[in-house]
Design a protein around this ligand. Structure first.
Ligand code: HEC
Ligand SMILES: [Cu+2]
Length: 485
């Protein structure tokens, strides 16, 4: 026991030494204020030294404007941390720099990269790094394999421009990656990249917990689920809700957006798609050439893509893995919230009209004429039909929902307190924090494509049959609600 303690203390000392050494070097290097600017003393290879600025995803370092090669020093720290994987559910992540994905490294074709990896003394396991941008066996894995309380470094030349995944390659590799140990390195081409208005950094990963999706409390890694490739979570940027609600990505209409998207895996690939956008350009597999006008692009585990597009109308664009139950049942969903003026020439509001009754069919029940909300038997039947065909899939046939995932509509205090808001939710969808009957939710309900009659019918059905309330809405009121945002 004391032996182990002594060893740990020794490691802590070593770490402090390494840390102060690094701090010294960094101070000497950082004579000019901005991290990405060249600094005074050249490296032994004669190149000007640049210290890589590291920022948390979905941000990334700015576009490189320098026209010549540099010696880029990258300091990555391995941190094993416990934090939320979903609201109310925590998990022990192993990370590069405290974030999933690890912070993006951005260099220029021809640069020499001096990579330092620090394994904190409080960590429990050895780790290393394999960068797909490296030309050489193992991509740096053997040079950087270190126990907690150590620091390793090696250099490599960034020969080929592209967007590359980096990851831990310590056995069991699948487990280290499943716990969040991946990120990306962008090697810009010599001639530079065209400027865009917004750049974002997003990575998808699959996670395996012993408990079910959104089961509360601290969850352990489930190796068997990983081997069986049955992820509990498929997530963007390491958390359910990392890119929704207040954390949604943003853009203005007509701004050019470039997204650096990668898949850490360890196992699932991504059918990467943004609902409501067409990618103007896709640099397939993160390589040199682009394809144009793409709807969905396939990204392999340990691979990447660069997509560019320009939102033209306001609203939420939904970022998904179009292997859809991953998006709607395992968390692979994010939002890009676009603000700006409407452009109905590009995206019209739409008109909905009921078809004339088929010859011989019984005439449809007339909606209640009186302003007081009275529902006809036909409307009640219709409300049940709409509920069963549209809402039950998520809110469950009995309206009781799925704890922590889909809120209940039956005996819902949220519903009962704000009955008139409910049509807005059905028409426009809803995302973000929500508390129903004391339970927290942070999901995404997509807007439901229903006629005014059907919205009124289903809300009335939920009110009367699931909440002991009265009928609330007429189709005319729903129509008016559509006009207000
Ligand atoms: C794809 C799954 C899905 C479908 C289909 C769906 N919902 Fe939802 N709904 C959700 C989620 C997820 C939330 C919670 C959203 C949040 O966290 O903000 C929600 C929230 C709600 C709420 C507010 C919370 C509550 O429990 O009172 C209402 C009301 C609601 N939905 C009604 C409906 C109705 C009516 C339909 C059918 C017309 C429907 N939903 C279809 C997923 C769905
Ligand atoms: Cu590792």
């Amino acid at each position: 026991m004391t032996l182990i303690k002594n060893k740990v203390n020794q490691m802590k000392k070593n770490y402090k030494l390494a840390a102060s050494w690094l701090a010294g070097v960094t101070a000497a290097l950082c004579m000019s204020p901005v991290g990405s600017a060249p600094v005074a003393a050249p490296a032994s290879d004669g190149l000007p030294v640049v210290v890589q600025e590291l920022v948390a995803p979905p941000s990334l370092p700015p576009r490189i404007t320098r026209k010549t090669a540099a010696h880029v020093v990258v300091n990555l720290t391995v941190e094993e941390i416990e934090r939320e994987i979903a609201p109310g559910t925590s998990y022990t992540f192993w990370t590069f720099g405290g974030t999933v994905p690890g912070k993006m490294i951005r260099v220029r074709e021809g640069d020499t990269v001096e990579l330092h990896l620090l394994n904190l003394p409080n960590n429990k396991l050895p780790h290393n790094i394999d960068l797909h941008a490296v030309t050489g066996p193992g991509g740096g894995a053997s040079q950087t394999l270190i126990a907690p309380g150590n620091e390793a470094s090696f250099t490599f030349k960034a020969l080929a421009p592209g967007l590359y995944v980096y990851h831990c390659a310590t056995a069991p590799v699948g487990m280290h990656v499943a716990n969040g140990m991946y990120g990306m390195i962008l090697v810009e081409p010599k001639e530079g990249m065209t400027p865009v208005d917004k750049e974002y950094y997003v990575m998808q990963g699959d996670f395996y917990t012993t408990g079910a999706y959104r089961a509360p409390g601290l969850q352990a890694f489930d190796m068997q689920k990983a081997i069986d490739e049955k992820p509990t979570y498929v997530l963007f940027n390491g958390a359910d809700g990392a890119l929704t609600g207040a954390k949604s990505l943003t853009a203005k209409t007509n701004e050019s957006v470039r997204m650096y998207f990668g898949v850490g895996g360890p196992n699932t690939t991504s059918s990467f798609h943004i609902i409501g956008a067409i990618f103007d350009k896709v640099y397939t597999e993160g390589g040199k050439h682009f394809q144009e006008n793409v709807q969905t692009t396939m990204v392999p585990a340990g691979g990447s893509t660069i997509v560019e597009f320009t939102p033209r109308v306001p609203g939420n664009l939904t970022i998904v893995d179009h292997s859809l139950t991953r998006a709607f049942n395992k968390g692979a969903i994010g939002l890009l919230s676009v603000s700006g003026p409407d452009n109905f020439a590009i995206y019209g509001k739409g008109v909905k009209t009921p078809l004339p009754a088929a010859p011989g069919a019984k005439p449809a029940a007339k909606p209640a004429a009186a302003p007081a909300v009275a529902t006809t038997p036909a409307q009640k039947v219709r409300g049940k039909e709409v509920y069963e065909s549209t809402c039950a899939a998520c809110h469950q046939p009995d309206g009781k929902g799925v704890a922590g995932v889909f809120p209940p509509l039956a005996n819902s205090d949220f519903f009962q307190q704000r009955p008139y808001e409910m049509a807005h939710i059905v028409i426009n969808g809803r995302s973000g924090e929500l508390v129903v009957n004391g339970e927290h939710y942070s999901g995404v309900m997509p807007p439901q494509e229903l006629s005014d009659d059907d919205v009124a019918a289903v809300i009335n059905y939920v009110s009367t049959d699931f909440n002991k309330g009265k009928a609330l809405l007429t189709p005319a009121q729903v129509r008016d609600m559509r006009l207000t945002k």
